[in-house]
Design a protein around this ligand. Sequence first.
Ligand SMILES: [Zn+2]
Length: 249
Amino acid sequence: MNLSEHWKNRLLRRQLPHALLLTGENRREMADYLASAYVCEGAQPPCGECLHCRKVKMGIHPDVIVIGEDGVSLKVDQVRALRADAYVRPNEAERKIYVVENSQTLNQSGQNALLKLLEEGPDYAAFFFLLPNPEQLLPTLRSRCETIRGETYQTECQNDHEAQEFSNLICQGNQETLITFCVGLEKKKREELVLLLDQTIEELISHLTENPERLLPRLDALREVRASCEYTVGVGHIAGWLMAALTEK
Ligand SMILES: [Zn+2]
């Protein structure tokens, strides 16, 4: 695992924070690695060899609890269940770790419920909040957490280039090339696609004065699809919506 020296040292000394924000594309992988370090009984956590480490690796450790899944919005009910569970002592390890996937989809009352748990919850409980960008959580919740930024595989630069291409295609309005481009988007990772949409929207705004009548409805369509990304399940859906939204106008 590609962690900084700072974090490697902290894991070794078992200086483990109560709450972590994990970002970057490898955040789930990081979460598993860190969870091992929290429950590990070896001399150099995570040793990868003790029973705890092995159970985490197999996804069967009873004290490492995953809430939600990538691409699906979290519900307040899930947070309530988590809160109730947090007051039950760990089964096998010294700590109990909650891995909260897709944390950014929690609404305000869900995030506030988590905040309360961070403030008042038992010491053995630790929380990992997984999300693409730390700014997506309420500042009150964020301020209680330490952040580990993981890897981002695609450079901003590549994305810029693609956003320009996408914006040009929308401006030119050739249906066939636009459809081909949208189909190609299905191969992207979800957060790459969201980033591309954000950049394409900016790009399109800069061209708006060239042909406002034509571009404005397309810009609105793009914004609508971007807004739906907060709820939707996968890139296939998003790409399909883009295709429908951009070609019917
Ligand atoms: Zn271990």
